[in-house]
Design a protein around this ligand. Sequence first.
Ligand code: FES
Length: 104
Amino acid sequence: MTTWTPVAQVGDISPDTGTLRVALDGEAVCLYDLQGDICATQDRCPHGNASLADGYMEDGTIECPLHQGVFDIRSGKPQCPPVTTDLRRYAVRVEAGTIYLSAE
Ligand code: FES
């Protein structure tokens, strides 16, 4: 059975960056507002010690703030060096403005 955990309100996502760092089961997760489509991936860049919530979001991608590796947010796939590992993705549900995540 899927367990959904409330982590934030849609309005908590910064309109400036389009991202928000939250925690789920002790893991840092980055939320993204893709023009109303809320997505979630691991927040820690798999290449190093950087928070993707501090990165630059554009056209459905997130650019890591440390070495400018780029990921597709919806698929989690790396788009250019130096990143080569997929991001872990989380299932997202939005109800009455509350964002719920599932790690399953
Ligand atoms: Fe993200 Fe190096 S830490 S690209």
